[in-house]
Ligand binder design. Structure first.
Ligand code: ZN
Length: 455
């Protein structure tokens, strides 16, 4: 048993908090309230009225084990996430080798990850262009869904030969099939028919600069792909989740489909809320992502979309790489992706809540509750209530955090947030009642992360 006293927890009304004690038995919250008593053999933590939130959920990471481990591993990625207050990630299928497109590959991934994660993990399945070449792709989806993946990642534009994108016709077939069983489809929305010819033209003109890359992946590319899958969602009833929405128009389009009764949600990421094309031009490939960051007006609109609920949560799209892969000499071949799992919650706490763009209740919803609900992890995850996992993040609101990529436990050390100062500091993090990180001693000696199935 573990007993937490003097936790200042959100009431989920605006910015209100209340001081409470939390009793944990077998990793679950057994009681929460005022003046509780811990038992004789209880390990007790006095949280000293620090702000305590439900552990963060990062529903979009690429930890690459088993797979492209020169870029990131589950140990390093989950260590970074834990240090940033994340207690559950949902790992993507597409940067694993073999990709998680059937149950055998899922089991291979689960046995490889076992004992290598500091935090709990759910998994995405996937359907790629490669899959559709196999006659039994439908059975593979069905079987993976039954094992408990949260959904299936698809791309309208992918640069990965091991996980190719779907043509509009293939996407329609997959969405239609998924709809029959209520299977959720996650979608990377950038229309290949817009991006690829434009890229070819810009390369032929000798362009090799961030502005050219940004030009090749326009807002129109994003909205065209969202429009296409939104119509499919409306027709089929399939739950669709748009990953890393980068434009205000993209968020508005998602809200539009929602208002028409389609089951469409969207996430954005910290980089889309912090940076514009001007920053990308200044930073170069350190800030190269797909889709690329858009304008200042877009990032203002994305903040608004989080506050209004047009977008449902924030994810990091954590996808680092070694320095050399960011310095190939060409903006086109430099790796697209940044480490972000450990800066997600500190960023949103500081730049969202502390600046007044979000209430405390919204911060909790956007970093934990809403993702848990959308992906079937709720109420085991995403909320501090009796019966849920005792995943807690304690934030010292009087201290600040200065970001230095070199200090990240991630293998990725290059961050567009280098030298940023966030208000607040992650003081300690508990997974199922066990301390997994604190600011003084760092990470726990043992890794206790477990696979969490969609319920
Ligand atoms: Zn991704």
């Amino acid at each position: 048993m573990t007993f937490f006293t003097n936790a200042r927890i959100p009431t989920m009304q605006g910015n209100d908090t209340v001081i409470a004690d939390i009793l944990v038995v077998n990793g679950k919250i057994a009681a929460i309230g005022k003046n509780l008593e811990g038992g004789e053999n209880c390990q007790t933590f006095d949280l000293q009225k620090m702000l305590v939130l439900p552990g963060g959920i990062d529903p979009h990471v690429h930890f690459n084990t088993p797979g492209f481990e020169d870029r990131e591993t589950f140990e390093a990625g989950s260590a970074f996430a834990a240090s940033g207050g994340i207690t559950t990630v949902i790992d993507m299928p597409c940067t694993s080798l073999p990709p998680v497109t059937n149950v055998a590959n899922l089991e291979n991934k689960l046995s490889t990850i076992k004992d290598r994660s500091y935090i709990d993990y759910a998994l995405w399945g996937g359907v790629s262009g490669n899959c559709l070449e196999e006659p039994n792709w439908r059975e593979n989806m069905q079987a993976l869904w039954n094992v408990g993946v949260v959904g299936f990642k698809t791309y309208s534009l992918s640069g990965m030969p091991t996980f190719m994108h779907l043509s509009p016709e293939e996407l329609a077939e997959v969405v239609k099939y998924a709809g029959k069983f209520g299977i959720l489809i996650g979608h990377h929305a950038e229309a290949a028919e817009i991006v690829l010819p434009l890229t070819e033209k810009l390369v032929a003109e000798g362009r090799n600069d961030p502005a050219a890359y940004a030009l090749s992946r326009s807002t129109e590319a994003e909205t065209t792909a969202i429009q296409r899958i939104g119509v499919l969602a409306r027709q089929s009833g399939t739950p669709i989740h748009i990953v890393h929405v980068s434009s205000g128009s993209g968020a508005e389009m998602i809200a539009g489909f929602k208002s028409q009764g389609a089951d469409v949600t969207g996430e954005t990421g910290p980089h889309y809320l912090a940076f514009s094309i001007e920053d990308f031009i200044a930073q170069g490939s350190v800030l190269k992502t797909a889709p690329p960051v858009k304008t200042k007006a877009d990032f203002a609109r994305l903040w608004q979309a989080l506050a209004t609920g047009e977008l449902t949560f924030v994810a990091s799209d954590h996808a680092p790489c070694p320095l050399a892969q960011k310095q190939t000499g060409s903006i086109w071949s430099d790796y697209g992706g940044i480490p972000g799992a450990g800066t997600l919650l500190p960023f949103l706490y500081s730049e969202g809540f502390r600046t007044g763009k979000l209430t405390l209740a919204q911060l909790v919803a956007l970093t934990s509750t809403n993702a848990a609900r959308r992906f079937g992890l709720f109420p085991q995850k995403g909320i501090l209530q009796v019966g849920g996992d005792a995943d807690l993040v304690c934030i010292d609101e009087l201290q600040n955090t200065i970001i230095h990529g070199a200090d990240f436990p991630s293998q990725g050390k290059l961050t567009p947030f280098e030298d940023w100062q966030f208000q607040g500091k992650i003081q300690s993090v508990f997974l199922r009642g066990n301390l997994i990180y604190n600011a003084v001693n760092g990470l726990a000696a043992t890794r206790q992360g477990q696979f969490i199935k969609r319920n």
